[in-house]
Design a protein around this ligand. Structure first.
Ligand SMILES: *Cc1c(COP(=O)(O)O)cnc(C)c1O
Length: 457
């Protein structure tokens, strides 16, 4: 019954809109009353698929180019069905050794992917936000005393908001996060960082950690990771790289070159539910030294097996915040095993090509100005407008261009704001997105830009 609905959904996915207007539904959506007596699943599913899944944005659609796209490889759903039906316990090695080892295998695959040395490790989280948070907690526990209130964290004004949230949840006062301005390519400037660190040390503060981005959410910009690693090494600062958007581009030659130095970071956040096209709920924290995770998280419990594993691989509950949880690794292991990692690399390569193609089309168009060329698969642009026009008016016009472009609902682009300026972004990361989808989007953007410019001139 569920299969019938799902097959029908997937088979018609490219006919569904990439987004719908949810404003009315937002008003009408109601909390369910708790059902007291049984209901027929056929009716329940019928109602679910006909009345609930729409209206919505559709992150598994080939036209979803907003925010950072999702995916939802079907084999991952098969893995979840298996994992949830068997309901094995994987966070204590002794309880299901071969299955726990699947969790550790997936982590080692990712360790290899970013080029970390032996001794590196990590664990699966539910997403990039949780990975950033666990990174900051781990660094704090390994590097700082219990009273850490003068320790400072450095990141740029292009950081994902989950970085500030992570710092706050890790116990740092908000004011301890130093937000650096960026250079004109939206990157952290190592010279400015060095000046700020020196200034803070002179004021008696304790610089402690730097968060760099392997692809910012605004423009896809990659911070100069190698140079930051040099600086952090010299200054004894922990370097965390948020690779939630871009980290898995390490699976491509071009990505590897652009993410040079990522293996020198003390910790890296990855988001398989973005870059590996997996369903939501799949994130990852990697650390260069797995021992750090143990130091940060281990608390003894009399009712759990002692650490007896001859291989020296710690149980996941000893190196992460969670105890009972889903068998997250299976939804990575099954698709990676069946499709092979090269397939993922090829798909990511295709996304880089598509973004580059879109960039060439848009940068050659008279009414459009590129704000950020794609380093990976994300580009940002605005209308070509006279700087004399007040910022507020320019923002209005760009917003109009965006909503005009999105009108067909066959694709979704979203915007962001940098220095008060509204910017339209195109992020290509869904495995279902191919050239015809991007072609259509680019034509619509060009048409919308011409229309808005036409109206005002
Ligand atoms: C998506 C994203 C995050 C947050 O990850 P979630 O999986 O949504 O929690 C953090 N940083 C960057 C750069 C991202 O793109």
């Amino acid at each position: 019954m569920a299969m019938k609905h799902l097959v029908q959904h997937i088979e018609t996915l490219d006919q569904h809109p990439a987004w719908e207007d949810t404003r009315q539904a937002l008003e009408e959506a109601r909390i369910d009353a708790l059902p007291s007596s049984p209901m027929c699943i056929r009716d329940v599913l019928e109602e679910y698929f006909s009345d609930r899944i729409w209206p919505a944005f559709n992150p598994s659609s080939p036209g979803y180019l907003g925010y950072v796209p999702g995916g939802g490889i079907l084999l991952a759903a098969v893995a979840d069905l298996i994992a949830n039906t068997l309901n094995r316990y994987v966070t204590v090695n002794e309880v299901a050794p071969h299955l726990s080892m699947i969790e550790h295998s997936v982590i080692q695959w990712f360790v290899d992917c970013v080029g970390y040395p032996a001794g590196a490790g990590g664990f699966l989280t539910t997403g990039g936000s949780m990975a950033n948070w666990s990174a900051l907690v781990t660094a704090r526990r390994c590097r700082l005393p219990d009273n850490f209130f003068d320790a400072l964290i450095y990141t740029s004004n292009q950081a994902h908001h989950s970085v500030l949230k992570a710092a706050i949840m890790a116990g740092f006062p908000e004011a301890n996060v130093r937000v650096l301005t960026v250079d004109n390519a939206y990157r952290i400037d190592p010279v400015e960082l060095a000046m700020q660190v020196e200034h803070d040390r002179a004021a008696g503060k304790s610089p402690f950690l730097v968060v760099a981005h392997a692809g910012t959410v605004n423009t896809g910009t990659i911070d100069p990771i190698d140079a930051l690693a040099d600086f952090c090494q010299a200054e004894n600062l922990w370097l965390h790289v948020d690779g939630s958007y871009g980290g898995f581009f390490c699976l491509t030659e071009r990505g590897k070159r652009r993410l040079k130095g990522i293996h020198r970071a003390d910790s890296i956040a990855l988001d398989p539910h973005k870059g590996l096209f997996l369903p939501y709920g799949t994130g990852c924290l990697l650390v260069q030294q797995q021992d750090h995770l143990h130091t940060a998280h281990y608390v003894a419990a009399e009712y759990l097996p002692k650490r007896t594993v001859p291989s020296g691989v710690p149980s996941i509950c000893e190196i992460s915040p969670e105890l009972s949880r889903d068998f997250r690794a299976l939804r990575i292991w099954l698709p990676l095993t069946c499709h092979g990692i090269d397939t993922f690399g090829e798909y990511l390569d295709e996304k880089i090509d598509l973004a580059h193609w879109a960039y060439e089309q848009l940068s050659g168009h008279a009414t459009i100005r590129i704000v950020a060329a794609p380093e990976l698969s994300l580009l940002a642009f605005v209308l070509e407008l006279d700087e004399e026009i007040p910022l507020e008016r320019r923002n209005e016009l760009n917003a109009r261009m965006l909503s005009n472009a999105n009108q067909s609902r066959r694709f979704l682009l979203t915007s962001t704001v940098i220095d008060g300026q509204l910017i339209v972004r195109m992020c290509i990361l869904c495995f279902r997105t191919h050239l015809p989808d991007v072609e259509f989007c680019v034509r619509e953007v060009q048409r919308a830009a011409d229309e808005v410019i036409g109206e005002i001139s």
